[in-house]
Write a protein that binds this ligand. Structure first.
Ligand code: HEC
Ligand code: HEC
Ligand code: HEC
Ligand code: HEC
Length: 178
Protein backbone atom coordinates (compact mmCIF):
# COMPACT_ATOMS: atom_id res chain seq x y z
CA UNK A 1 0.00 0.00 0.00
CA UNK A 2 1.33 3.44 -0.94
CA UNK A 3 0.47 6.06 1.62
CA UNK A 4 -1.19 9.38 0.67
CA UNK A 5 2.05 11.07 1.67
CA UNK A 6 4.13 9.00 -0.81
CA UNK A 7 1.59 9.70 -3.59
CA UNK A 8 2.12 13.41 -3.08
CA UNK A 9 5.91 13.02 -3.23
CA UNK A 10 5.65 10.93 -6.41
CA UNK A 11 3.38 13.57 -7.97
CA UNK A 12 5.83 16.33 -7.10
CA UNK A 13 8.77 14.35 -8.50
CA UNK A 14 6.80 13.50 -11.64
CA UNK A 15 5.79 17.11 -12.29
CA UNK A 16 9.41 18.22 -11.83
CA UNK A 17 10.54 15.57 -14.34
CA UNK A 18 7.83 16.60 -16.83
CA UNK A 19 8.68 20.31 -16.49
CA UNK A 20 12.44 19.73 -16.86
CA UNK A 21 11.90 17.43 -19.85
CA UNK A 22 9.51 19.91 -21.44
CA UNK A 23 11.95 22.75 -20.83
CA UNK A 24 14.79 20.84 -22.47
CA UNK A 25 12.59 20.03 -25.48
CA UNK A 26 11.54 23.68 -25.94
CA UNK A 27 15.17 24.78 -25.53
CA UNK A 28 16.29 22.33 -28.23
CA UNK A 29 13.58 23.71 -30.55
CA UNK A 30 14.47 27.36 -29.94
CA UNK A 31 18.27 27.24 -30.24
CA UNK A 32 19.27 28.06 -33.85
CA UNK A 33 21.02 25.29 -35.78
CA UNK A 34 24.40 26.94 -36.16
CA UNK A 35 24.62 28.02 -32.51
CA UNK A 36 27.81 26.88 -30.79
CA UNK A 37 29.62 25.86 -33.99
CA UNK A 38 32.51 28.28 -33.28
CA UNK A 39 31.57 29.59 -29.84
CA UNK A 40 28.52 30.58 -27.85
CA UNK A 41 26.93 32.51 -30.71
CA UNK A 42 25.08 31.77 -33.97
CA UNK A 43 27.67 30.96 -36.64
CA UNK A 44 25.26 31.94 -39.46
CA UNK A 45 25.22 35.51 -38.09
CA UNK A 46 28.74 36.08 -39.51
CA UNK A 47 27.61 35.31 -43.06
CA UNK A 48 24.40 37.35 -42.65
CA UNK A 49 26.28 40.42 -41.40
CA UNK A 50 28.80 40.11 -44.25
CA UNK A 51 25.96 40.18 -46.78
CA UNK A 52 24.69 43.57 -45.56
CA UNK A 53 25.16 46.47 -47.96
CA UNK A 54 27.96 48.83 -46.85
CA UNK A 55 26.36 52.20 -46.01
CA UNK A 56 29.32 54.26 -44.84
CA UNK A 57 32.46 55.34 -46.63
CA UNK A 58 35.62 56.91 -45.28
CA UNK A 59 36.43 60.59 -45.87
CA UNK A 60 38.83 59.33 -48.53
CA UNK A 61 35.87 57.87 -50.45
CA UNK A 62 34.45 61.40 -50.85
CA UNK A 63 37.72 63.04 -51.88
CA UNK A 64 37.99 61.78 -55.48
CA UNK A 65 34.65 63.34 -56.46
CA UNK A 66 34.92 66.41 -54.23
CA UNK A 67 38.52 67.62 -54.60
CA UNK A 68 37.57 71.24 -53.78
CA UNK A 69 35.96 70.39 -50.39
CA UNK A 70 38.69 67.81 -49.74
CA UNK A 71 41.46 70.39 -50.09
CA UNK A 72 39.82 72.84 -47.67
CA UNK A 73 38.80 70.13 -45.22
CA UNK A 74 42.30 68.64 -45.03
CA UNK A 75 43.87 72.04 -44.29
CA UNK A 76 41.52 73.04 -41.49
CA UNK A 77 40.73 72.19 -37.89
CA UNK A 78 37.95 69.86 -39.00
CA UNK A 79 40.29 67.47 -40.81
CA UNK A 80 39.61 64.73 -38.26
CA UNK A 81 35.81 65.07 -38.57
CA UNK A 82 33.88 62.64 -40.72
CA UNK A 83 32.13 64.19 -43.74
CA UNK A 84 29.23 61.86 -43.06
CA UNK A 85 28.67 63.26 -39.57
CA UNK A 86 27.55 66.55 -41.09
CA UNK A 87 26.06 65.27 -44.32
CA UNK A 88 24.71 61.77 -44.60
CA UNK A 89 25.76 58.22 -45.33
CA UNK A 90 27.79 57.50 -48.43
CA UNK A 91 25.25 54.97 -49.75
CA UNK A 92 22.44 57.56 -49.76
CA UNK A 93 24.32 59.38 -52.47
CA UNK A 94 26.66 57.07 -54.40
CA UNK A 95 26.16 53.55 -55.67
CA UNK A 96 28.67 51.56 -57.76
CA UNK A 97 30.88 54.64 -58.15
CA UNK A 98 28.04 56.82 -59.52
CA UNK A 99 26.01 59.58 -57.88
CA UNK A 100 22.47 58.26 -57.46
CA UNK A 101 20.75 60.82 -55.20
CA UNK A 102 21.25 64.13 -53.40
CA UNK A 103 22.64 64.39 -49.86
CA UNK A 104 21.08 66.81 -47.40
CA UNK A 105 22.94 70.13 -47.06
CA UNK A 106 22.14 72.07 -43.91
CA UNK A 107 21.28 75.77 -44.04
CA UNK A 108 21.05 78.71 -41.63
CA UNK A 109 19.77 77.74 -38.17
CA UNK A 110 20.27 74.05 -38.92
CA UNK A 111 23.99 74.73 -39.24
CA UNK A 112 24.11 76.39 -35.80
CA UNK A 113 22.33 73.35 -34.31
CA UNK A 114 24.83 71.06 -36.02
CA UNK A 115 27.89 72.98 -34.78
CA UNK A 116 26.57 73.13 -31.22
CA UNK A 117 26.19 69.37 -31.10
CA UNK A 118 29.97 69.33 -30.65
CA UNK A 119 30.92 72.86 -29.54
CA UNK A 120 28.32 73.77 -26.92
CA UNK A 121 29.76 74.70 -23.52
CA UNK A 122 26.53 73.29 -22.05
CA UNK A 123 27.80 69.77 -22.80
CA UNK A 124 29.47 69.37 -19.43
CA UNK A 125 30.62 65.79 -19.99
CA UNK A 126 33.03 66.88 -22.72
CA UNK A 127 36.50 68.03 -21.78
CA UNK A 128 37.31 71.45 -23.25
CA UNK A 129 40.90 70.25 -23.68
CA UNK A 130 39.69 67.81 -26.33
CA UNK A 131 37.31 70.15 -28.12
CA UNK A 132 36.91 73.91 -27.76
CA UNK A 133 33.42 75.01 -26.85
CA UNK A 134 31.44 78.25 -26.90
CA UNK A 135 28.46 79.45 -24.89
CA UNK A 136 25.51 80.93 -26.73
CA UNK A 137 24.57 83.72 -27.08
CA UNK A 138 27.72 84.92 -25.22
CA UNK A 139 29.95 84.00 -28.17
CA UNK A 140 27.96 86.29 -30.47
CA UNK A 141 27.76 89.07 -27.88
CA UNK A 142 31.58 89.01 -27.63
CA UNK A 143 31.80 89.55 -31.39
CA UNK A 144 29.36 92.47 -31.17
CA UNK A 145 27.05 91.08 -33.85
CA UNK A 146 23.29 90.50 -34.05
CA UNK A 147 22.21 87.33 -32.22
CA UNK A 148 20.62 86.05 -35.40
CA UNK A 149 24.04 85.28 -36.89
CA UNK A 150 24.60 81.63 -37.78
CA UNK A 151 27.99 79.97 -37.22
CA UNK A 152 28.83 79.73 -40.92
CA UNK A 153 28.55 83.51 -41.36
CA UNK A 154 31.98 83.73 -39.70
CA UNK A 155 33.37 80.18 -39.72
CA UNK A 156 33.95 78.18 -42.88
CA UNK A 157 32.13 74.91 -42.23
CA UNK A 158 34.95 72.81 -43.72
CA UNK A 159 37.85 74.71 -42.13
CA UNK A 160 36.39 76.82 -39.30
CA UNK A 161 39.37 79.14 -38.77
CA UNK A 162 40.09 79.71 -42.47
CA UNK A 163 38.80 83.28 -42.74
CA UNK A 164 38.83 84.02 -39.01
CA UNK A 165 42.63 84.05 -39.00
CA UNK A 166 42.75 86.22 -42.13
CA UNK A 167 40.16 88.57 -40.63
CA UNK A 168 42.19 88.83 -37.44
CA UNK A 169 45.29 89.69 -39.47
CA UNK A 170 43.39 92.40 -41.37
CA UNK A 171 41.74 93.88 -38.27
CA UNK A 172 45.14 93.69 -36.54
CA UNK A 173 46.63 95.84 -39.34
CA UNK A 174 43.75 98.28 -39.10
CA UNK A 175 44.30 98.68 -35.38
CA UNK A 176 47.88 99.79 -36.04
CA UNK A 177 46.84 102.47 -38.58
CA UNK A 178 43.44 103.83 -37.57
C1 HEC B 1 31.32 70.26 -39.57
C2 HEC B 1 30.33 69.78 -40.52
C3 HEC B 1 30.80 69.42 -41.92
C4 HEC B 1 31.79 68.57 -42.28
C5 HEC B 1 32.73 67.78 -41.40
C6 HEC B 1 31.77 68.52 -43.73
N1 HEC B 1 30.80 69.34 -44.21
FE1 HEC B 1 30.35 69.68 -46.15
N2 HEC B 1 29.07 71.17 -45.63
C7 HEC B 1 28.62 71.41 -44.34
C8 HEC B 1 27.61 72.45 -44.38
C9 HEC B 1 26.86 72.98 -43.16
C10 HEC B 1 27.46 72.84 -45.74
C11 HEC B 1 26.53 73.91 -46.33
C12 HEC B 1 26.84 75.29 -45.84
C13 HEC B 1 28.05 75.95 -46.39
O1 HEC B 1 28.57 75.55 -47.44
O2 HEC B 1 28.50 76.94 -45.78
C14 HEC B 1 28.38 72.01 -46.50
C15 HEC B 1 28.56 72.03 -47.88
C16 HEC B 1 29.16 71.02 -48.63
C17 HEC B 1 29.10 70.88 -50.07
C18 HEC B 1 28.42 71.84 -51.02
C19 HEC B 1 26.98 71.52 -51.10
C20 HEC B 1 26.20 72.52 -51.90
O3 HEC B 1 25.69 72.11 -52.94
O4 HEC B 1 26.09 73.65 -51.45
C21 HEC B 1 29.80 69.74 -50.41
C22 HEC B 1 29.99 69.16 -51.79
C23 HEC B 1 30.33 69.19 -49.17
N3 HEC B 1 29.91 70.01 -48.13
C24 HEC B 1 31.11 68.06 -49.09
C25 HEC B 1 31.80 67.68 -47.95
C26 HEC B 1 32.84 66.69 -47.92
C27 HEC B 1 33.31 65.89 -49.11
C28 HEC B 1 33.29 66.62 -46.63
C29 HEC B 1 34.45 65.82 -46.08
C30 HEC B 1 35.74 66.03 -46.72
C31 HEC B 1 32.51 67.56 -45.85
N4 HEC B 1 31.62 68.19 -46.68
C32 HEC B 1 32.63 67.75 -44.47
C33 HEC B 1 29.09 70.80 -43.21
C34 HEC B 1 30.17 69.92 -43.14
C1 HEC C 1 31.22 59.06 -57.49
C2 HEC C 1 31.44 60.45 -57.15
C3 HEC C 1 31.00 60.94 -55.79
C4 HEC C 1 31.39 60.46 -54.55
C5 HEC C 1 32.26 59.25 -54.23
C6 HEC C 1 30.81 61.37 -53.58
N1 HEC C 1 30.09 62.35 -54.21
FE1 HEC C 1 29.08 63.88 -53.34
N2 HEC C 1 28.44 64.54 -55.18
C7 HEC C 1 28.81 63.98 -56.38
C8 HEC C 1 28.20 64.75 -57.47
C9 HEC C 1 28.37 64.49 -58.96
C10 HEC C 1 27.43 65.79 -56.85
C11 HEC C 1 26.59 66.88 -57.55
C12 HEC C 1 27.16 68.23 -57.31
C13 HEC C 1 28.53 68.39 -57.88
O1 HEC C 1 28.73 68.17 -59.08
O2 HEC C 1 29.45 68.76 -57.10
C14 HEC C 1 27.61 65.62 -55.41
C15 HEC C 1 27.03 66.43 -54.45
C16 HEC C 1 27.28 66.36 -53.09
C17 HEC C 1 26.71 67.24 -52.09
C18 HEC C 1 25.74 68.37 -52.34
C19 HEC C 1 24.32 67.88 -52.22
C20 HEC C 1 23.90 67.04 -53.40
O3 HEC C 1 23.76 65.81 -53.19
O4 HEC C 1 23.75 67.56 -54.49
C21 HEC C 1 27.22 66.85 -50.88
C22 HEC C 1 26.93 67.46 -49.53
C23 HEC C 1 28.10 65.71 -51.12
N3 HEC C 1 28.11 65.45 -52.48
C24 HEC C 1 28.81 65.06 -50.15
C25 HEC C 1 29.52 63.88 -50.33
C26 HEC C 1 30.13 63.11 -49.27
C27 HEC C 1 30.07 63.49 -47.81
C28 HEC C 1 30.71 62.03 -49.85
C29 HEC C 1 31.45 60.90 -49.15
C30 HEC C 1 30.70 60.21 -48.08
C31 HEC C 1 30.49 62.12 -51.28
N4 HEC C 1 29.76 63.25 -51.53
C32 HEC C 1 30.97 61.22 -52.21
C33 HEC C 1 29.62 62.88 -56.57
C34 HEC C 1 30.18 62.12 -55.57
C1 HEC D 1 31.55 66.11 -34.94
C2 HEC D 1 31.91 67.20 -34.06
C3 HEC D 1 32.06 68.58 -34.66
C4 HEC D 1 31.12 69.30 -35.36
C5 HEC D 1 29.73 68.90 -35.77
C6 HEC D 1 31.72 70.59 -35.59
N1 HEC D 1 32.98 70.63 -35.06
FE1 HEC D 1 34.22 72.23 -34.99
N2 HEC D 1 35.72 71.07 -34.29
C7 HEC D 1 35.59 69.76 -33.90
C8 HEC D 1 36.89 69.25 -33.47
C9 HEC D 1 37.17 67.84 -32.97
C10 HEC D 1 37.81 70.30 -33.65
C11 HEC D 1 39.32 70.26 -33.37
C12 HEC D 1 39.57 70.39 -31.90
C13 HEC D 1 39.35 71.80 -31.46
O1 HEC D 1 40.12 72.67 -31.89
O2 HEC D 1 38.40 72.06 -30.70
C14 HEC D 1 37.04 71.44 -34.11
C15 HEC D 1 37.56 72.72 -34.33
C16 HEC D 1 36.77 73.85 -34.53
C17 HEC D 1 37.22 75.22 -34.43
C18 HEC D 1 38.65 75.67 -34.11
C19 HEC D 1 38.81 75.83 -32.64
C20 HEC D 1 40.20 76.30 -32.30
O3 HEC D 1 40.36 77.51 -32.03
O4 HEC D 1 41.11 75.47 -32.30
C21 HEC D 1 36.16 76.02 -34.69
C22 HEC D 1 36.14 77.55 -34.73
C23 HEC D 1 35.03 75.16 -34.98
N3 HEC D 1 35.43 73.85 -34.87
C24 HEC D 1 33.78 75.61 -35.38
C25 HEC D 1 32.77 74.77 -35.83
C26 HEC D 1 31.60 75.20 -36.54
C27 HEC D 1 31.29 76.63 -36.91
C28 HEC D 1 30.84 74.08 -36.80
C29 HEC D 1 29.57 73.99 -37.59
C30 HEC D 1 29.70 74.27 -39.02
C31 HEC D 1 31.54 72.94 -36.23
N4 HEC D 1 32.72 73.41 -35.68
C32 HEC D 1 31.08 71.64 -36.24
C33 HEC D 1 34.43 69.03 -33.89
C34 HEC D 1 33.24 69.41 -34.50
C1 HEC E 1 30.36 87.09 -35.82
C2 HEC E 1 31.29 86.05 -36.14
C3 HEC E 1 31.18 84.70 -35.44
C4 HEC E 1 30.07 83.90 -35.35
C5 HEC E 1 28.69 84.14 -35.91
C6 HEC E 1 30.51 82.69 -34.67
N1 HEC E 1 31.85 82.80 -34.34
FE1 HEC E 1 32.95 81.39 -33.41
N2 HEC E 1 34.56 82.65 -33.37
C7 HEC E 1 34.61 83.90 -33.96
C8 HEC E 1 35.89 84.51 -33.69
C9 HEC E 1 36.36 85.89 -34.17
C10 HEC E 1 36.61 83.58 -32.90
C11 HEC E 1 38.01 83.74 -32.33
C12 HEC E 1 39.03 83.01 -33.11
C13 HEC E 1 40.38 83.08 -32.46
O1 HEC E 1 40.51 83.73 -31.41
O2 HEC E 1 41.30 82.48 -32.98
C14 HEC E 1 35.76 82.41 -32.73
C15 HEC E 1 36.12 81.27 -32.04
C16 HEC E 1 35.34 80.11 -31.99
C17 HEC E 1 35.76 78.87 -31.37
C18 HEC E 1 37.08 78.63 -30.66
C19 HEC E 1 36.90 79.08 -29.23
C20 HEC E 1 38.19 78.96 -28.42
O3 HEC E 1 38.06 78.66 -27.22
O4 HEC E 1 39.28 79.21 -28.95
C21 HEC E 1 34.74 77.97 -31.53
C22 HEC E 1 34.70 76.55 -31.04
C23 HEC E 1 33.69 78.67 -32.23
N3 HEC E 1 34.08 79.96 -32.49
C24 HEC E 1 32.48 78.09 -32.58
C25 HEC E 1 31.40 78.81 -33.06
C26 HEC E 1 30.07 78.25 -33.20
C27 HEC E 1 29.69 76.82 -32.86
C28 HEC E 1 29.28 79.23 -33.70
C29 HEC E 1 27.79 79.20 -33.95
C30 HEC E 1 26.99 78.82 -32.79
C31 HEC E 1 30.12 80.42 -33.89
N4 HEC E 1 31.39 80.12 -33.47
C32 HEC E 1 29.68 81.61 -34.40
C33 HEC E 1 33.58 84.48 -34.69
C34 HEC E 1 32.29 84.01 -34.80
Amino acid sequence: MISKHSVRIILVVLSVVVMAGGGLLVKAQLIPKSFGLYGSYRADAIEEEAQKVVRHGTNKSCFECHPYEAKIHLQGDHKTISCEFCHSTYADHVSNGKRTAALPVKKGEEITTLCLRCHNTEIKARSTIVIKTVGMPDHLKQQNVKLTHTCNQCHHVHAPLKYINEAKKITGLMEEKP
